[in-house]
Design a binder for this molecule. Structure first.
Ligand SMILES: [Zn+2]
Length: 846
């Protein structure tokens, strides 16, 4: 009784305190914006407060992060537009071509402001509160005017995990009052820093690939709106002036004239305010529009004016930092600048709302009737691995890309991705057809076109990402339009007649879904074997890598058949069974060529000295994709760990591994000889090259050395005459920022099981290692290297000709797997995951 009375009283008093007045961020938080780093949940509270008080602001939770923080966005409109919001949204989808029908005559522009994709670029979320408040502040006559024809959407924080990681760090270490010297601890974030999300992914590289939960949730709501203008707020080095549009070259060819023109108009409007205040800024440099997975390019390729704005500061900035000029740069300055450009962008859009809407509609119409790219249709052959087809079609659904089957087959001609030549081929009604006469026309072009023109090779990111190579698909690019006549029908697995108690189960091993299934079997303590030679049984051919689950060795499991069959059905695996281990052709099931797969206990190095991105990729791959346990060993205590407890040790990319001194290398070498499997990735390799006990060597022959020295001398002389203004170009000739190369695979080796004779690698580094003299050269660049797609500096191709990409060294009872290219790069290179999985589960099992 007493308790009930108490809670009633409590409710009553809370209601009494409920706010009925709109508060500014200062009033709500109890401090001035810029005095502190506000934690994410308080910002969410503030947005909810505004939603509660004002009828024309709606805050929606659109997702939840891995660490269970809410992802929210606010829609802010005039009361008139707010009453009409659903109509405005649907009108816009009609203009984009996403929804059928004719839009109303009402022309309302939509501006979307995205903050804090990089967590430690921490002023953004503070600026979002000020921007929200000023848009609805009753005494702000200007913004009231803007909202008459413009709806504003604010995502205050794309990356709450990273933002709180940074804020917590700063709040713990910041001096009071703040120390402006860069020497102070408060300016030096510890590994991994606050830039990335929970799994240490850079969310500003993930818009197109959607490997992360935040991106998946955001893309869904983004495509419910199709805004006309999108700003992605960032921070850069603390000495830099502010950067805003227009963007730098290269700009992808699919970007329309209007998109270019309005970027300049927006930039000039921003400049007006910066000029008034005397603030420095730059435009048209550094930040290009090319790689399609950014917060500026993804919106751009979907019809928006997509832009990046960059304020000086970042994780080094703290509450105050002394710049090169000796002046303090404060959090208050930083958020004021972001606030200024945000409102200025809303203003210029509002001033041109009618044109913005008309141009958007024109963009949609052009896409539907006259798309301006040479390749009009992409064909994914129907006989590709069905898992890959299902995966890529599901992914296309999330981006509203339309596809299907042609209603009739025919002979036609197109660019063949497997041979990189234009060939005749037969289009069948089983093939998947994607033409570019649709709303996501230009996005599709950037993802599938055989070559993208690079108007300037000085780009910020990788220069190739083609999905046909990414998934390793048989496919074609056609200059002609092929229409979709029938809806896509996914291939399903028929397991209707499976023998109840067979001698053995047989499963094909052709892609990542098969690895996932293997991981699940091992996780359930099912004993599995891997065949190393192709075999034929009952008229069916099975390739090396095929998985066998024999009754023998699994007798201990009372529910064995049920577990295997249920799991296979759950994972949509085709179940083959046999009543005999006597094969028609190849090796019998009891042969020494059939390996028992011991469920590996996997450890990965994690922490300072490792690349946080690659460490995160490994973490995410095991946890979120394979659902297989992994133990992350901190670099600071790695030496104290007994490696014998583990079967696999993964060394991620890393710069300057101080950890691998002589004694540690010896310890690892001994562990490998005793049966351990060491997997080393990309620049992690330099710690093992030419070290005692390891076969890896940089690429050198005496003749080459002399030749290289001669060439280098010549080049130096030539380069010595490089004009000062061309210095950046000179550097580029030595580098590769990401291009696709064809790798010859030895698919008889377990590292290449489930793969084809070739693998398309996304090369993102200039590492050059020679073929292993004592080991298996499973993946190599044979002969002269030339990218299949993308840009590589002139000297790089020479360097990586005849070089190692993937190799395996056998050492005592164990093995070392050298992965020169990172197959898990941003976790979007689908075919690479198979190589990595083989390294973990299949290599070295006997
Ligand atoms: Zn950034």
């Amino acid at each position: 009784m007493k308790r009930i009375l108490l809670s009633t009283l409590l409710l009553f008093s809370l209601a009494g305190f409920a706010q009925t007045q709109l508060q500014s961020p200062e009033q709500f938080l109890g401090y001035q914006l810029g005095d502190r780093f506000t934690r994410h949940h308080r910002v969410v509270d503030y947005f909810k407060h505004v939603d509660e008080i004002l009828p024309n602001v709606k805050v929606t939770q659109y997702g939840e992060t891995y660490e269970h923080r809410p992802l929210i966005y606010a829609v802010i409109a005039s009361p008139e537009n707010f009453a009409n919001l659903e109509q405005i949204r649907q009108d816009n989808l009609k203009r984009a071509g996403v929804q059928e029908g004719t839009p109303s005559a009402n022309k309302v522009a939509i501006v979307w402001l995205s903050y804090n994709v990089h967590g430690n670029e921490a002023n953004s979320m503070e600026a979002s509160m000020k921007t929200l408040y000023e848009l609805v502040n009753p005494s702000n006559a200007k913004t009231k005017e803007y909202l008459k024809n413009t709806v504003v959407i604010i995502d205050p924080c794309i990356n709450p995990e990273g933002r709180d990681r940074y804020a917590n760090f700063y709040n713990q270490y910041g001096n009071f009052p703040p120390n402006s010297s860069g020497d102070a601890k408060e300016h030096r974030e510890p590994w991994p820093g606050g830039r990335a999300n929970h799994y240490l992914f850079d969310l500003n590289r993930d818009w197109a690939w959607e490997t992360q939960i935040e991106s998946q949730a955001r893309i869904k709501v983004y495509n419910e709106w199709f805004p006309h203008v999108h700003v992605d707020f960032h921070e850069q080095g603390h000495n830099n002036p502010y950067y805003f549009a227009p963007a730098a070259e290269p700009l992808h060819d699919v970007i329309s004239n209007w998109q270019r023109e309005f970027q300049t108009m927006i930039g000039k409007n921003n400049a007006k305010y910066f000029d008034e205040q005397g603030w420095l800024y730059f435009t048209k440099e550094v930040f290009d529009l090319y790689y399609p997975s950014y917060g500026d390019t993804y919106p751009t390729y979907s019809g928006a004016i997509g832009m990046t704005y960059e304020q000086a500061g970042g994780g080094y900035g703290g509450l105050s930092i002394t710049t090169r000029e000796g002046d303090p740069l404060t959090l208050k300055d930083r958020l004021t600048h972001h606030y200024t450009t945000g409102i200025s962008t809303v203003e210029i859009t509002s001033l041109n709302a009618s044109r913005v809407v008309d141009e958007f509609e024109k963009y949609g119409k052009d896409n539907a009737s006259a798309p301006a790219a040479p390749y009009k249709t992409y064909v994914i052959k129907g006989d590709n691995n069905p898992d890959k087809i299902n995966q890529i079609t599901k992914w296309m659904d999330t981006h509203l890309i339309k596809y299907g089957h042609s209603s009739a087959g025919k002979a036609t001609r197109g660019f063949d991705y497997q041979t990189q030549t234009t060939n005749n081929f037969n289009l069948t009604t089983d093939d998947i057809v994607i033409n570019i006469y649709q709303p996501k026309s230009r996005f599709i072009t950037t993802l599938f076109e055989p070559q993208s023109r690079l108007s300037d090779s000085a780009t910020y990111d990788i220069t190739a990402w083609n999905l046909m190579y990414n998934y390793d698909l048989k496919g074609f690019a056609l200059n002609e339009r092929v229409n979709v006549g029938k809806a896509f029908t996914p291939k399903t697995v028929d397991n209707s007649s499976v023998a109840a108690k067979p001698y053995a189960y047989i499963f094909k091993y052709e892609g990542l879904r098969d690895v996932e299934f293997l991981a699940a079997l091992l996780h359930k303590s099912i004993k599995v074997r891997s065949v190393t030679k192709a075999f034929t049984l009952a008229g069916q051919n099975f390739e090396p890598g095929t998985l066998l689950v024999t009754r023998r060795n699994n007798e201990g499991l009372s529910d064995f058949d049920n577990i295997v069959q249920t799991l296979a059905k759950e994972k949509s695996r085709r179940i083959y069974t046999t009543t005999t281990g006597f094969v028609d052709k190849g090796k019998d099931f009891g042969s020494g060529y059939v390996n028992y797969i011991k469920a590996p206990k996997v450890a990965a190095l994690f922490g300072e000295q490792t690349s946080s991105l690659n460490s995160g990729e490994i973490w995410h791959f095991f946890e979120q994709q394979l659902h297989y346990p992994i133990t992350q060993l901190g670099t600071e205590y790695f030496k104290t760990i007994d490696l014998k407890k583990y079967d696999v040790l993964i060394v991620p990319e890393g710069y300057n591994y101080r950890l691998f001194d002589e004694s540690t290398l010896e310890q690892i070498s001994t562990w490998v000889s005793g049966g351990g499997r060491l997997i080393v990735i990309a620049n992690g390799l330099s710690s093992f090259a030419e070290k005692k006990g390891f076969a890896l060597k940089p690429y050198t022959t005496d003749a080459e050395k002399t030749e290289a020295e001669k060439k280098e001398k010549e080049m130096k002389e030539k380069d010595a005459l490089t004009r000062y203004e061309d210095g950046e170009r000179k550097q580029l000739s030595e580098s590769i920022s990401g291009a696709i190369y064809k790798v010859t695979l030895d698919k008889s080796h377990p590292l290449a099981f489930g793969m084809k004779d070739f693998y398309y690698t996304l090369k993102t580094n200039e590492l050059r290692y020679g073929y292993l003299e004592n080991g298996w050269n499973v993946g190599v660049i044979k002969g002269n290297a030339k990218p299949v797609q993308g840009f590589a500096g002139r000297n790089i191709n020479k360097k990586i000709s005849n070089s190692l990409v993937f190799g395996v060294e056998e050492k005592g009872q164990g093995s070392v797997v050298y992965l020169v290219d990172n197959p898990l790069f941003r976790c979007f290179w689908e075919s690479g995951k198979m190589i990595f999985s083989n390294a973990v589960f299949i290599v070295g099992q006997q």
